[in-house]
Design a protein around this ligand. Sequence first.
Ligand SMILES: [Zn+2]
Length: 642
Amino acid sequence: MSYLRRWRKFHAEATAIALESSSSEDEISALDERNSSWNESENASGSSVEESDNSVDSVNDYGFVQNIESSDTETCQSDPDFSENEELPSFREKLSAWASTNKLTKGTVDELLQILKKEGHAELPKDSRTLLQTPRTVDCEDKCGGKYIYYGLRNGFLKILTHSAFTGNSDHTDHINFNVNIDGIPLFKSSGSQFWPILCSIQGFGPFLVALYFGNAKPNSLNDYLSDFLQELEDIQQNGITHNSQHYQMKLRAFVCDAPARAFLKGIKGHTGYYACERCTVKGFWKGNRIVFISTNDHPSRTDTEFENRSYPDHQTSETPLVQFGIRCVTSFCLDYMHLVCLGVVKRILWFLKQGPNECKLSQRQLYEISDKLLSFSGKMPSEFARQPRTLTELERWKATEFRQFLLYTGPVVLRKIISKQMYEHFLSLTVAISILLNSEDEKRAAYLNYADNLLKYFVDKSKDIYSENFVVYNIHGLKHLCDDARNLNCSLNEISAFPYENYLQSIKHMVKNSKNPIVQVTKRIAEREFSKCEDLKVASTYTTVSTKPRNRCFMLLNETFVFIREKRDNGRFVCDLLRQRDCENFFTTPCESKLINVVFVKKRTRMTRRLVEKEELGRKAVCLPFDDGYVLVPMLHGVEK
Ligand SMILES: [Zn+2]
């Protein structure tokens, strides 16, 4: 029956992930059996983590309420069931969607078709390529020293504009901002073969593939590589898109790329250069095999006009076609926080704590203590996190999402009382600043933008005293300019981050099964997915799972009250235990009161009030981590990772 569940998923795109998580987590503990017969058929799979979550002990261990009879129900944000009028897919359509979603090989599907035909399904084709409508030929050009295919910007936008989650959202306007991501991804370790995709996304939707280059090196001509894209970009920005009698004005908001890709596209020195900073004219100097930027003075800002006039000969190395197309090469290229902060700054902090110079290196005992605490949080992070915390011994394998998890949620708890007060407060200044910049509420973010800016500048200037001068490389200096993006583009850093692109790049990579014509393989897989209506057009959501399980039941309401889901009622209502404001203490008070970013500490056995809460009141999901004789509550600042 799993293909049926899969199929339902495609028709509930906006809640696809929710459906998956609810089906995998709908376990029934002995305690709940009497209440949960409706989901007994879906409780086959589960993890040991969830089993421990289900236990009565772990519920009571939270201490806020006594004698809980957990109903252990989970729900997703909208009802994924079919409406009565919806046409049901045919067996053949279900089969093609299932085969495409599960990325089965041609041989496997051919074999299955053979069996099914023998069992009486004569209507099915014998070849998987007919079933999946795989294009028999794919035209690709020889370009820039490799192979190249252009899929189109307008085509991608139309997929979003016709998407049910877009048309069903009354908030959308006729002014649409979009971001572009360009990056190189290596394909095979044994060769230099690589893809250079151009991706595009609208806030909350995407990404989609605009163009794809494959070669043994990066494209040898930037002009040729970008020409189709830039021409269509110019046309779309000038003329907009009309769809279903509705006209949309389209505007490029930002290029979201890592530093090497930015250097390639803008024709500037790489991030290891003396004049690498893209926002100011500071000159770095050579120290400890690195270029470091320890000047605390303000240096003149780079401007779009001066960049256009090639006024920075020590920074600009070659012409870029972007300038001819009117793209602002300084302010439109955001300093993506996934690369700069998560993979840059946070990773560097942890490596310096682990094996940096003596002034900052922690003892083995301190490192073990941090690792032990991290491990104790495993299974306590909400379902929206792709990974549970790992120890510092696995640091070299940590992904960008894990560094983000450490910076925003676990780090402030596990570092407390282990590293020095000075180091801890220095770390918190980064946590607070990034938390402010990630806030999706425009008013609140704008109100504290200058404060976040000051915190980041303090963090950079102070870091050489704490971690040594060698610490202050390109990424650390870049923090000084991070607020400019949130200010100029008037958005949270979530809206201009590379996280969604990173997932998509990995999915492109996984479409390649062997070294024969990788670009053709990707194009065929994308065509099959589009035909099967299961293309990877991701729809962002803030949370997916509402449950009575400890890790999934803590929320911050829109009025900033913390609640714990106790029981699910019909009509999207929940019986909740509410924390009173006076029982929420600050978890830290330096550099500011933690309540400023809605981080609070609550003692065990705090009494709570109970009331019915509407689904619409649930604002942000919160992480609830044990600390001393209570819990630290941290509302989530990002959407779903999976
Ligand atoms: Zn700078």
